[in-house]
Design a protein around this ligand. Structure first.
Ligand code: SF4
Length: 550
């Protein structure tokens, strides 16, 4: 069998290092939903699996909850699995994530979550460490690509020993930082077997079982702390000032300490694994009168220290020694620790004209939005509110379109337009992408399709998850059947091709939909220009053509 392990050393992004490690750990399958900065982790695992061609699976799921559940099935069958998502995606998977800690897992289960402090490409900068804590699962936080690889390899054994999923938390700077990673000899794909029949009821979270499983989960804290303790290090020092360093804060500190070796004399708590034991915290606090905490992005470790720190001053984001929001920067660490800025490289304040993101040249979303605006004007609703969603089409919120007035989370547009219509804002208008519709729009749509209200939903069917790199959408070209299957009257389901030369016809179709005193759907179908270049749907289109030829 070709193991795909052709290189002992690779140059990889942080999330790719996780993928290499998962592959080398013998995963049976990888599942995910695209989202920056996690996407390349899945893509690397998929490439490795495809190159090997030996019965492993790589599958983009409809959403993160589905990805997690697919992974859970693989694990329950005794095999190792990797599931990837970004931090807000974990909200979508929370039901499965939290409850999988209660059921426990069988084959090693690693969840790669990529957080985005600074919101480079996200609607918030929430910190996944809190969710690991909430679910009572271990969380490993690497500071380098090599650690991302090593910790992931180890996480599979950890998961199987504890029978818990293990979260690998990366942040943008590490997720998208490329570096050299040494791989180790691979493990074969193998099953640890199905659990003993006596354990199976634990997977059924009926109340009586769930209560027992919750007690078992609580009892795992001791073994969990013992397993995690090697990932945390207390380094004594001569000074009475101390440093608590976690994740990227650890990487930044050691980079800068080369310029200020005196700082290495300070006592340090280096944190790579959670939960953090109270005993370790107390021992660290006993060594210092004043502590500086560097971590990314919420004050998680800082708060743990504050909770124990009688008489010890703790500085971090809470007391605004560091900015309470945004990424931790080398510049901030320099300022706090008094490390000189390199000559000529002191932080400068530049006034740079804003360069908002733009639609790609030739993007069909533009033509759909222009047609929608015209149609709204014709029905006297030019000033209405358009409920939008997550995807490239959200760029319509800006000038010159002003065609989106709310964009909250995946799938929200459908429910928001319906709720606003209930409150009297009719026609209720929602705009959603095909991938987002399948991801989270479907449950709300079951109410939308049957509502007695003037509602119009534009589904921007660009046949890809455009925003995150044009991953394929499984429901390609089948939205008409989906929406009618969920209760839409076929007479009010329309399909248009958003092209400038079809503008008049398209505006007329949307106008008719807006005038209808009931739910309407307008599917705006034109392939994402970038997906078309990549040939994302080539196989699908070929099979459709072959079927047509008979
Ligand atoms: S990536 Fe595709 S959908 Fe997004 S703006 Fe570009 S062409 Fe449009």
């Amino acid at each position: 069998m070709d193991t795909g392990w052709s290189q002992a050393e690779v140059v990889a992004l942080g999330v790719e290092a996780v993928a290499y490690a998962a592959f080398d750990a013998g995963i049976k399958a990888v599942f995910g939903y695209p989202g920056t900065p996690s996407t390349e982790g899945f893509e690397r695992a998929e490439l490795l699996i495809r190159a090997e061609n030996a019965g492993r699976r790589a599958h983009w799921a409809a959403n993160e909850k589905v990805a997690y559940e697919l992974g859970l099935g693989v694990s329950y069958a005794g095999y190792r699995t990797l599931v990837t998502m970004k931090h807000v995606g974990l909200n979508v998977a929370m039901d499965a994530f939290v409850n999988s800690a209660l059921t426990g897992v069988q084959g090693g289960f690693v969840l790669l979550v990529a957080d985005d402090p600074g919101m480079h490409s996200s609607q918030n900068e929430q910190d996944s460490r809190y969710l690991a804590d909430f679910a009572h699962v271990p969380c490993l936080e690497p500071a380098t690509g090599q650690e991302a690889y090593d910790y992931t390899r180890e996480a599979y054994g950890l998961s199987e020993r504890l029978k818990l999923p293990v979260m690998l938390r990366l942040v943008t700077r590490l997720a998208h930082c490329r570096g050299s990673v040494a791989r180790r000899a691979p493990d074969p794909v193998s099953s640890v077997g199905l659990p003993h029949p006596s354990e199976v009821p634990g997977w059924i979270l009926a109340p009586a079982n769930a209560r027992a499983q919750y007690q078992r989960l609580k009892q795992k804290l001791g073994p969990l702390l013992a397993e995690i303790s090697p990932y945390n290090r207390l380094v004594p020092g001569a000074a009475r000032r101390g440093l608590a360093l976690a994740g990227l804060g650890r990487a930044l500190f050691f980079e800068l300490a080369r310029e200020a070796p005196r700082l290495l004399d300070w006592p340090r708590l280096e944190v790579s694994g959670l939960p953090l034991g109270a005993d370790l915290i107390d021992r660290f606090l006993g060594q210092a009168d004043e502590i500086f905490v560097f971590e990314e992005d919420y004050p998680y470790v800082e708060d743990l220290l504050r909770n124990h720190a009688a008489g010890v001053a703790v500085h971090g984001r809470r007391d605004r020694t560091l900015s309470p929001t945004g990424e931790l920067s080398a510049s901030q660490v320099r300022d706090v620790l008094g490390i000189e800025h390199p000559a000529g490289k002191a932080p400068v304040t530049l006034s740079v004209p804003p360069r908002p993101p733009r639609f790609c040249e030739g993007c069909g979303h533009v033509d759909a939005v222009v047609a929608l605006k015209e149609a709204l004007g014709r029905v006297g609703a030019a000033g209405t509110r358009i409920f939008g969603d997550i995807g490239c089409y959200a760029l319509a919120a800006g000038a010159p379109y002003d065609a989106m007035h709310a964009c909250v989370e995946m799938g929200a547009s459908v429910g928001m337009a319906l709720g606003a219509a209930f409150a009297g804002l009719q026609p209720g208008v929602a705009v959603i992408g095909d991938s987002t519709f399948v991801h989270s729009g479907l449950p709300g749509f079951t109410s939308f399709a049957r509502a007695r209200a003037n509602l119009t939903l534009l589904i921007m069917d660009n046949r890809a998850t455009g925003m995150t790199g044009q991953q394929p959408v499984e429901t390609v070209d089948s939205l008409e059947r989906i929406v009618t299957g969920l209760g839409m009257d076929p007479a009010h389901v329309h399909t248009i091709v958003p092209l400038a030369r079809r503008h008049a016809d398209n505006a007329a179709v949307i106008e008719a939909a807006l005038r209808h005193e009931g739910p309407s759907v307008v599917i705006c179908r034109r392939e994402c220009v970038q997906a078309s270049r990549k040939g994302v749907n080539r196989e699908h289109d070929l099979s459709v053509r072959e079927a047509a030829r008979g």
